[in-house]
Design a protein around this ligand. Structure first.
Ligand SMILES: *Cc1c(COP(=O)(O)O)cnc(C)c1O
Length: 352
């Protein structure tokens, strides 16, 4: 009854979305603040008659807004149902392990090996540097490879590579294979590599509206790169589902992407809270990796990560623990509101 393919699937395990009790939810890097207030009028006045028709399969209005915001052309923008879908299409379109493996960091977004396995792409996990950052020079030594993918900042470490480091890597890496940089968290303190897509036609930047734009619920992500790469992503999309982004989501995304003022205020608040949380946790004896994301990756001597996770959960606070040797001492804690953070720090003081 079931295919052989199905038997070999090892699915990604998303963070818990508990429906039973109310937690302070700091486990899936959602934004604690609402999205742009300019979205509400659209929803209140929405004419449901518009939902009768299929959405625009070419996402034209949204791609124009994204292009405008980042100073690029519409032909350099692709849109998908969350950046997870965009990433899956990238694996399909660009990575082919006939001539070497796909490279990604040893500890990184755990969807990458899932897509690799799903599509039969061989991959190699490249160890992190001793400071836990991504080791781009080690990536360059791992030839032949059939492409590279890494998040910047990395997840779940939160550590950032500078634009200079990214440039050096791109200059040293082969030009005939695609480099995907997953910039899910770049807005929280990093410098985007989107400005490099003109010089590097093998560079693709993937973004999501789920984190900095507070819109995890609408499932919109996008990619920016040379129009040939974008063309390839459209070919994959149109071989799978012509309409991955629904009408309402496309319109909401267009509003959010254009409201830069509100966005900047939200990001500033999250960075300020991250700095406060990091400082107070360090004072309590926690060890934290330097974060440029909307979460911190932290451990405390004498406690296993699983133990920290369980104790906080009992107290109504959800954080994320990864049962992976090498990082299993850590927990990843999403930056919440100032109020959530005060509660979190109080609970930490009393139980660790
Ligand atoms: C959250 C996250 C994504 C997925 O974002 P969606 O757009 O919600 O699918 C992709 N990459 C990384 C590294 C993430 O942390």
């Amino acid at each position: 009854m079931f295919s052989k393919r199905l038997k070999n699937l090892v699915p990604y395990v998303p963070g818990e979305q508990p429906q039973d009790r109310k937690y302070i939810k700091l486990n899936t890097n959602e934004n604690p603040y609402p999205p742009s207030p300019l979205i509400d009028p659209l929803l209140h006045e929405y004419n449901s008659g518009r939902l009768r028709l299929y959405p625009d399969p070419a996402f034209v209005a949204l791609r124009e807004k994204i292009a405008q915001r980042y100073g690029i052309e519409k032909s350099q923008v692709f849109v998908g149902n969350g950046s997870d879908e965009v990433l899956a299409f990238c694996f399909y379109a660009f990575f082919d392990s006939l001539e070497g493996e796909l490279l990604f960091p040893e500890f990184t977004y755990s969807f990458y090996p899932v897509y690799g396995d799903l599509l039969g792409i061989r991959y190699k996990k490249v160890p992190l540097a001793p400071d836990f950052n991504i080791d781009l020079s080690l990536m360059l030594k791992n030839e032949p490879s059939c492409g590279v993918i890494f998040p910047n900042p990395n997840a779940p470490t939160g550590m950032l590579l500078s634009l200079e480091q990214v440039k050096t890597f791109l200059n040293g890496y082969r030009k005939d294979r695609v480099v995907v940089i997953d910039e899910a968290y770049i807005d929280f303190g990093g410098e985007s590599a989107v400005g490099l897509i003109r010089e590097h036609d093998n560079l693709l930047i993937v973004r999501t509206l789920s984190k900095s734009l507070s819109l995890a619920g609408i499932r919109i992500g996008f990619a920016m790169g040379d129009s040939a790469l974008i063309h390839a992503l459209f070919a994959v999309k149109d071989s799978f589902n012509s309409y991955p982004a629904n009408t309402l989501s496309q319109e909401i995304a267009g509003i959010a992407v254009s409201d830069t003022l509100y966005f900047e205020r939200v990001v500033e608040k999250i960075i300020a809270t991250r700095n406060r949380l990091s400082k107070e946790m360090k004072q309590m004896g926690w060890e934290l990796l330097p974060s440029s994301a909307n979460f911190v990756f932290a451990k405390k001597k004498g406690f296993h990560g699983k133990n920290i996770y369980l104790r906080l959960k009992e107290r109504g606070i959800l954080v994320r623990h990864f049962n992976i040797p090498g990082i299993d001492e850590f927990v990843r804690i999403t930056i919440g509101t100032e109020e959530d953070t005060t509660t979190l720090l109080e609970e930490m003081r009393s139980c660790f």
